[in-house]
Write a protein that binds this ligand. Structure first.
Ligand code: FAD
Length: 502
């Protein structure tokens, strides 16, 4: 074909995105003759937040060949079985969005329809959906273990992710990447050089150095040094749907053993996260600056910490949305440079990872085939839009009447794709994965149910199972799950035994 391969790649930025990209490319391109360079500026630093993940991070760890115990130990990590949402539906309510599935196969339709039928027949005695989730039961009991190897054992059904210290995570991946030949440069990019097609040829640093490459990965955070400042790609603003635009973050000392879940508590104009780590707890208030001042947000956060603050609060500003193109010419934006949809369901690190995976299936040559670039942009835009819809659901389905921020969220126009999903669920409780989207039916069910979106009926196929058989199967299932969760070690014991930081 005669088109030259890429032999020099430059990653701009050394935050979580930059070092995930560097580590992944170092591993995945190990047989290519492609130099990998990374430039970062100590003066600018990183956002330093981003500490909760979702289960597909296992795929990244597998690709990198990380030892999980060592990874948790090095990052002061803990395990995450899901997210507890407090006061989201209305004050005084709580629900759990678990990893893993509800129940088990009963017949041909999704488990949730059998549960709904049982509830229709028996009322409260059918139990809540959460009683059929191993992750929820374990989380509430402060328990954790890795899945049992025997697929017939109920304990094989556990699904989990991690919480970790973002700074330690970047350091750990940096070490991994540098051991595999990634060359790091310290310096601040002040300009770039474009060729006559408008492709980036080099970046210029403040001390006069020039770094040339053929392919650039922009991981420079909200600035988007290449994708925006140099290539002027443009940004699609979603703040009319995802209204929060600021966050204030502060670490605090631990009070009691770390819980195996993230907590998200609704507040006056947004929500507060609590992420337990081994050495401290991460906290932050994500809020809408139209409804609350920075000073009020800081006071709310500090007034709702469980332990003493360990540092001054840090303020972060953002605009929810995405870049108009994730891949423009010879620049691909990853991480915050590509867009940001707020941290409600811990999706940002995941999106870095899937971007790297997609790039590996369509790694360019120096011809930079436009159909490949268009495909990448299309698929990534869809991936963002499906996550966006899921996040909006948390806000729009609220009953926090009389609170201006929440009233605004409840009554705002929503994307048609989300309106269709809600309508479908309201009818017969059905939810399907659209366009291979990240969140499964279980996730949608958890949030629909938790936020009080009630279906009128259930799938009629659920009536095909004789009622007595359904009743006894479901009773047994509930007991088995409860017993299974009870048999697990506590989260704190599991960490102490396998992966306590030194
Ligand atoms: P940054 O961390 O900002 O790194 C940018 C890098 O670019 C830095 O190294 C900087 O030095 C460098 N740089 C910038 N400009 C220049 C320049 N001119 N010259 C040289 N270098 C430069 N994600 C999750 O998955 N889970 C979460 O729980 C979560 N919580 C979040 C909470 C908040 C409030 C926010 C704002 C984000 C959260 N995220 C979360 C997102 C997550 O933090 C980011 O996706 C992740 O940290 C990646 O950031 P980044 O590497 O893209 O950018």
């Amino acid at each position: 074909m005669g088109v030259a391969p890429i032999n020099k790649l430059l990653i701009v930025g050394g935050g979580t995105a930059g070092w995930i990209a560097a580590a992944s490319f170092a591993q995945l391109l190990q047989w290519q003759e492609c130099e990998i360079h990374l430039v970062e500026s100590d003066d600018i630093g990183t956002v330093g937040v981003g500490e909760a993940t979702i289960p597909p991070i296992m795929d990244l760890n597998r690709v990198l060949g990380l030892d999980e115990d060592e990874f948790v130990r090095r990052t002061q990590g803990t395990f995450k079985l899901g997210i507890e949402f407090i006061d989201w539906k209305a004050q005084g309510t709580r629900y759990f969005h678990p990893f893993g599935n509800y129940g088990a196969d009963v017949g041909h339709v999704d488990f949730v329809h059998y549960w709904r039928r049982l509830r229709h027949e028996l009322g409260e005695t059918a139990g809540t959906l959460e009683e059929y989730s191993l992750s929820t039961l374990a989380a509430k009991a402060g328990k954790f273990m890795r899945p049992d190897a025997n697929p017939r054992n109920v304990l094989s059904k556990i699904a989990y992710a991690f919480h970790f210290d973002a700074g330690l995570y970047a350091r750990y991946l940096r070490e991994y990447a540098e051991e595999r030949g990634v060359i790091r440069h310290e310096g601040k990019i002040v300009d770039g050089v474009l060729d006559d097609r408008g492709f980036v040829e080099a970046v210029l640093l403040d001390d006069g150095r020039r770094l040339d490459a053929q392919f650039f990965i922009d991981c420079s955070g909200f600035r988007g040094v290449l994708i925006e400042q140099l290539l002027k790609t443009g940004y699609e603003d979603w703040s009319h749907w995802l209204r929060c635009d600021r966050a204030v973050a502060v670490p605090s000392g631990n009070v009691g053993p770390p819980s195996p879940f993230t907590r998200s508590t609704a507040r006056e104009a947004g929500w507060q996260w609590r992420i337990p780590l081994q050495h401290r707890t991460g906290n932050g208030y994500v809020y809408c600056s139209d409804h609350v001042s920075d000073d009020q947000a800081i006071a709310t956060l500090l007034g709702n910490l469980e332990g003493a603050p360990l540092a001054d609060p840090r303020l972060l500003r953002f605009t929810t949305g995405k870049r108009r193109k994730f891949w423009n010419k010879n620049v691909v934006a990853l991480g915050l440079a590509s867009g940001f949809m707020e941290p409600l369901e811990s999706t940002s690190i995941h999106l870095i990872q899937t971007a790297v995976t997609k790039l590996m299936t369509m790694f360019p040559d120096t011809g930079f085939a436009q159909p490949d670039i268009d495909h990448y942009n299309r698929v990534t835009a869809t991936e963002y839009e499906r996550i966006r819809d899921f996040l909006i659901l948390h806000y729009v389905a609220n009953r926090r009447h009389g609170s201006p921020f929440w009233d605004e969220c409840r009554t705002m126009p929503i994307p048609d794709t989300l309106a269709d999903k809600i309508e479908l669920y309201r009818s017969r409780g059905r939810s399907f994965r659209l366009d291979d989207e990240l969140f499964t039916a279980t996730s949608w069910q958890a949030v629909f149910e938790g936020q009080g979106v009630e279906p009128e009926g259930y799938d009629p196929m659920a009536d095909a199972v004789p009622f007595d058989k359904l009743h006894s199967t479901m009773d047994r299932m509930r007991e088995t799950l409860l017993r299974g969760a009870g048999a697990m070690p506590t989260h704190a014991d599991f960490i102490a035994r396998h992966c306590a930081a030194q």
